[in-house]
Design a protein around this ligand. Structure first.
Ligand SMILES: Nc1nc2c(c(=O)[nH]1)N[C@H]1C(S)=C(S)[C@@H](COP(=O)(O)OP(=O)(O)OC[C@H]3O[C@@H](n4cnc5c(N)ncnc54)[C@H](O)[C@@H]3O)O[C@H]1N2
Ligand code: MOO
Length: 414
């Protein structure tokens, strides 16, 4: 079959050029708001977050055992110290530890100032009042220094990086109650097409369920985004134009699926050209060629193709990084690795391809990837089975079984 990309006066924009145009067009939002730490997961800090205190706050014990001073240690033979009291986690020993004394101590409890070693309880013997230590007790310090993890004034989390659960834990450990974060993006999305029916309606010949809208809602689930589902719009040019203008008025980003190509009922490009500005239309990518990007007023616009896999691939490759940039988050480099392809793959030169694959790893750590099945841009089942994209470069032809290929894992794999 002839690839339409090979036809026409000039080649379509490459994936990298399209990404560069998106980067150039999108300026991160400037507004910020203060949110409680409990609501900060996934939000983008508006400024660098700095430690208000040391972590650990106190010098504390790493083990359950006995705290003593190394001055009392006998390195050559077992020795005995009198038990002065207990330092509990949350209830430090209040007295002074005199020469010849030790203190019962538990993991996380404050280490008394006069002591500098904790010997684990498994290594001592006791009669209840005195503790006998082994000769080499000095070898076991078992003390966590104040500020050993983070010092007051250290950078905890840089601005521009979405807060992870580990970040939230780190911030909580320093007692930070609320953080200033970039404001949420307002994103509207809709589907277009006379053939689309909503869930709950009976199946009908000539109609299909509007699966893209549900998929998009999933792709847009992010704590930094407020989303508005504008529903399914039929192939009515005026209605579509009015709906796009309305969506663009109240949102930072508007995303559509369908009607992006060249059919007589594909109005997206025309409407974008007449009501806004087309930054690009059509990319040398498979699937996803008819992607349109532009602006309607102040709102960024993405017209995704209607084929479900084309919509998914273009969302992940172009819309997701664009939204991250707009939200104030710094660009992250997608994980790519080389794997041995265990199925032969067909490909015509001219477009960069994102084929659905199943990535596995053997006991020696070697990666293997197989096709996830039928690669048609309407085939949702192979997308659902896949755990990675196999990336085939623009000028690459087919791949023979046993050849290395670039793979972009989605996250983990079975
Ligand atoms: N003459 C040409 N025809 C097509 C070309 C071309 O270059 N020349 N490109 C093809 C490519 S590549 C793609 S991708 C599609 C994209 O077309 P549109 O964005 O205009 O999408 P539609 O025509 O509206 O729909 C395509 C396909 O997807 C189904 N669809 C649409 N919306 C949904 C939805 N919300 N949920 C599930 N499925 C949906 C629709 O029924 C069609 O089957 O154009 C090719 N044609
Ligand atoms: O680009 Mo289309 O998405 O090849 O099917």
């Amino acid at each position: 079959m002839i690839d339409p990309c090979s036809l026409g006066p000039k080649p379509f924009l490459s994936v990298d050029e399209a990404l560069a145009r998106i980067k150039e067009a999108i300026q991160p939002v400037t507004g910020s708001e203060k949110v409680e730490l409990e609501s900060a997961l996934g939000r983008v800090p508006a400024e660098d977050l700095v430690a208000p205190i040391n972590i650990p706050f106190d010098r504390n014990s790493a083990m359950d055992g006995y705290a003593l001073s190394s001055k009392d240690i006998d390195a050559t033979q077992p020795f005995t110290l009198a038990l002065a009291g207990t330092s509990w986690a949350g209830k430090p020993y209040a007295g002074k530890v005199e020469a010849g004394q030790c203190v019962r101590i538990y993991t996380g409890a404050v280490v008394p100032n006069e002591t500098d070693s904790v010997v684990v309880q498994e290594q001592v013997s006791t009669d209840g009042e005195n503790i006998t230590f082994p000769a080499n007790a000095a070898a076991y310090r078992n003390i966590r220094e104040a500020g050993e993890d983070v010092k007051q004034g250290d950078l905890l989390c840089p601005s521009q990086r979405q807060l992870t659960p580990a970040d939230i834990g780190l911030l909580a450990a320093t007692g930070i109650v609320a953080v200033s974060v970039k404001r949420k993006l307002n994103i509207a999305f809709l589907s277009t097409g006379d053939e689309l029916i909503s869930l709950g309606q009976p199946p009908e010949s000539g109609k299909i369920y509007d699966s893209n809208r549900y998929m998009l809602a999933g792709l847009l689930a992010d704590p930094s985004y407020n989303t508005v589902d504008m529903g399914t719009i039929p192939d009515d040019r005026q209605l579509l134009e009015d709906t796009l203008k309305k969506g663009a008025e109240n949102n930072d980003v508007l995303i559509t699926t369908g009607g992006a190509s060249v059919g007589d009922a594909d109005y997206i490009h025309d409407i974008l050209a007449s009501c806004g500005e087309v930054k690009f239309w059509k990319i040398a990518i498979k699937p996803g060629k008819p992607l349109a990007f532009g602006k309607i007023g102040m709102c960024y616009f993405f017209g995704l193709p209607g084929n479900p896999i084309s919509a998914m691939v273009t969302f992940k490759q172009f819309v997701a990084p664009a939204l991250k940039r707009l939200s104030g988050a710094a660009a992250t480099k997608p994980l790519r690795l080389l794997a041995t392809c265990t199925t032969a793959l067909k490909k015509a030169p001219g477009r960069q391809e994102f084929q659905r694959g199943i990535l596995t790893q053997d006991a020696d750590g070697n990666f293997f990837v197989a096709s996830a099945g039928h690669q048609g841009s309407h085939i949702l089942s192979s997308m659902s089975r896949a755990n990675c994209y196999i990336i085939l470069l623009t000028e690459q032809k087919g791949v023979a079984s046993g050849e290395p290929v670039w793979v972009a894992p989605f996250s983990t794999f079975l």
